[in-house]
Structure formats: C-alpha cells, structure tokens
Design a protein around this ligand. Structure first.
Ligand SMILES: NC(=O)c1ccc[n+]([C@@H]2O[C@H](COP(=O)([O-])OP(=O)(O)OC[C@H]3O[C@@H](n4cnc5c(N)ncnc54)[C@H](O)[C@@H]3O)[C@@H](O)[C@H]2O)c1
Length: 395
C-alpha cells in the first residue's frame, strides 16, 4: 500500500494487488504530519511536458490507466496541443494541467518545487518536418532553448533533493530516429551507436536537444534516459501528418498528395506501443543510456497510402472506383531523407519490450478511429478548437 499526499488537499492512497490498483482519497488530517512519512509514502508525480500533443496525450492516458502516479501536464498549447484528447481524465484528482512554455524558467521552477516530481517525461517539441523547413525559428526556440531551460531547472531541482528522492529521480527525453540521417537501401538499421547526421531543421534541433541531455548526464550527473523512436501513428495525431491526412482526404474523396516517387521508407510504430516502451524505459532503463524504439515495420510511403485507401474503401464503402485513384505525386520535400530503419534489439534484450501491434492491426485500428471520431477531426480542422483555446487561455 502506498500513500501520497499534498498540503491540505485530500490524501490519495492506492492499494495494489497483482491484478488491480484501487485508488481513493482520505483527508490528510486522518494521516497527520506528512513529515513523519518516509519518501516512499510521498506523492509520486510525473511531470509531462507537451502532454496535450499526439504522443504525450496517449502517454498520459496510458499512465493514468496503468499506474498510480499523479500527472502534471505542462503544455504551451501550440496548434498541435489539444486538451480534448485528455477530456476523459481532466477532472481526475491525480491529474493537473499547467498552461505554459518549457522555456519559461520561472514557471518551470515553480512547478518543479510545488509538485516535486519523481520523474519528468519530456515530449514538448515542435515536431513537423515540413513546418521546420518553412520556419525553423520555433524549432530552435522550443527544441533547443526550451530543452536547455528544462535541463537547467531540472538540474537545480534534482540537486535540491535528498536520499531516495534524489536517487530515484529520472528525466526521460523523448526523441526521434530522424537524428541519424538517411539510410541507403541496403544499409543496416540505425542502432544506438549510429553517428548523428540530422538533415532537416527539425532533426537538427532534436539532435541538439539529445546532445544537451547527454551532456547534462556526463557533466552534472543528472539521471537522464533518452529514447529515439521511429514514426508513430494512431489516435489524436494532428491531421497534417501523413497517416491522418491520407485517411481524412481518402474518406472525403480529396486528392492524396504523395511526395516524389512515394518510395521513401519509414519504420512505423503504433503510438500505444511507444507509450508502453517509454513507461518501461522510465521504470527500468539504465541511467545515461539511450534506447531505440521501433516497430520492425519498414514501409514505403506509397504502400502506406495504398493500404489506407483499401481500408477506407472497405470500411466506408466505395463511391465509384478505388480511392487509390486519388493518389497524386507532388514535388518532393527539399532534402527528403530516403530511408529510416530502427534496430530496436537493445530495448528488447535489456528491458523485454517488443511492440504488440503489427502494422496491419495498428493501421486498421487507426483508420477506424479517425472515421469514427468525426467530432474530434472537425474540431482540430475547423478552427473551432483554436477559438476555444483562445477564449479559455487568453491571459
Ligand atoms: N510523432 C512522431 O512520429 C514522433 C516520433 C519520434 C519522436 N517524436 C518526438 O515525440 C515528441 C512528441 O511528438 P508528437 O508527435 O506528440 O508532437 P506534437 O507536435 O503532436 O505535440 C507537441 C506538444 O508539445 C507542445 N509544445 C510545443 N512547444 C512547447 C513549449 N515551448 N512548451 C510547452 N509545450 C510545448 C505542443 O503544444 C504539443 O502539445 C516530440 O519530442 C517528437 O520529437 C515524435
């Protein structure tokens, strides 16, 4: 049985058995002086940055379901952040949303000192390669300067901790396979020791943040973990990225724009598998190590789009010909990397993680989710959601 409590708020307790976790609240006065409790009794909080985005919101929902920790979610709510993803848990006492920027050091300091997290899971980033080509400034600001600010505040916080709070603290930095550059058709997949060779402004800023995280471990001893993951797909992905864009365009009989010859290869991982991998690295990963996470699913872009067309035809029904006829080849993205592939054997060997979903099962669930959740899609694509944010979060 673990106890967790904060100030005068109701006192949260959990009782864990092999198959279930019961969570409840008693008033703190029943428990008495919290200072008498040893640290394993103190509230276990995970601070998540960028938790309103695609992967962050899936991670928070996964953690709330599978773990008893409280979650503080700090997010700037850029165009990519969507609190609707978290509606199901927004009223839970274990969950808190903080609207803010990771580059705001005063805010970061006060959140860390108030919530005293056992771990930080750092998702916040500008994440879209095409946007980084059009305007890299925000990528430098958030991915490089923001990560630096977070590291500085995390270091000061960690150095203020004692005993097991200090030894158990972890900062997990979520990164990408794009830092490794591009592979030839017969090259071996990226491993954790592949030299960095980022080719887009997005990849370069993520590489810079990975290096800073590494340096904070080697220089200051900050207990960090880094994960580099391949392309994710699943629910809640902003519909500017390949898979949701193609599902929605195919459903609406709009053209399906494919870059170049459509032969660029990516490795694809279902987002829930990524979330599980992050949770496992957080719990059992070796401090200072990096772990590649991948789906063992190399696919050409054209193959992805054709699969989506066939699934949409099957689920929504055809109106005339196959949706494959909507595919149009458009001018290639500048500097478009040809192939990414991930060797995820280290995480399997050391931590026992492997993806649960095959590409076929994951993509089928994903297409069904987007076709079923028309309200969510309408909100993020119509501007209604942005309006809601402006009304609710204008200062
Ligand atoms: N999507 C992928 O396929 C993929 C693959 C591997 C790694 N990653 C990494 O995973 C992380 C999450 O990716 P995603 O696809 O969920 O991204 P996303 O763009 O969907 O979400 C990013 C979130 O960060 C928030 N954010 C942006 N700038 C911020 C700031 N300055 N302060 C606080 N919050 C801020 C946004 O509001 C948004 O909620 C990123 O670090 C990305 O590099 C993504």
């Amino acid at each position: 049985m673990n106890h967790r409590g904060r100030d005068s708020r109701p006192f949260l307790f959990t009782i864990e058995s092999s198959s279930k976790v019961w969570v409840g609240f008693v008033k703190q006065t029943i428990v008495g002086d919290l200072n008498l409790l040893n640290s394993s009794f103190m509230e276990h909080t995970i601070l998540v940055t960028g938790g309103a985005g695609f992967i962050g919101s899936n991670f928070i929902l996964h953690q709330m379901e599978c773990d008893s920790a409280a979650i503080a979610n700090l997010d700037k709510l850029t165009y990519a952040g969507n609190l609707r993803n978290l509606e199901a848990i927004s009223q839970e006492r274990r969950y808190e949303f903080v609207h803010g920027d990771i580059a705001d050091r005063g805010l970061m300091r006060s959140v860390l000192n108030r919530r005293k997290p056992r771990a930080i899971v750092h998702f916040a980033a500008e994440s879209h390669v095409d946007r980084s080509i059009r305007g890299p400034d925000d990528f430098i600001r958030t991915n490089v300067d923001g990560t630096f600010a977070l590291l500085e505040e995390a270091r000061a916080y960690w150095e203020s901790l004692n005993g097991s709070d200090r030894t158990e603290f972890r900062l997990l930095h979520v990164s990408t396979d794009e830092v490794f550059g591009s592979l030839g058709a017969r090259d071996p997949a990226f491993s954790e020791t592949t030299p960095y060779a980022p080719n887009s402004p997005y990849a370069a800023t993520k590489a810079a943040s990975d290096h800073l995280v590494r340096a904070y471990h080697h220089t200051y001893g900050l207990p960090v973990l880094t994960t580099n993951c391949s392309n994710n797909y699943g629910r809640f992905q902003f519909p500017e990225k390949l898979i949701p864009l193609m599902i929605l365009n195919a459903h609406n009989h709009k053209p399906l724009p494919v870059y170049g010859d459509g032969q660029n290869v990516r490795d694809w991982l279902y987002v829930k598998d990524h979330c599980e991998a992050i949770a496992i690295v957080l719990a059992r990963g070796r401090v200072g190590e990096t772990y590649n996470i991948g789906g063992w699913n190399e696919k050409r872009n054209l193959e992805i789009v054709e699969t989506i067309c066939d699934l949409v035809d099957e689920i929504a029904g055809r109106r005339g010909g196959s949706r494959r006829e909507l595919i149009t080849f458009v001018k290639d993205r500048p500097g478009h990397d040809r192939r990414y592939a991930m060797d995820a054997s280290k995480i399997e060997r050391e931590l026992g993680w492997r993806p649960r979903e095959t590409f076929e099962s994951g993509i089928s669930k994903t297409v069904r989710w987007y076709l079923k959740n028309e309200d969510w899609v309408r909100d993020v694509t119509s501007g209604g959601y942005r309006q809601w944010i402006e009304t609710h979060y204008s200062s």
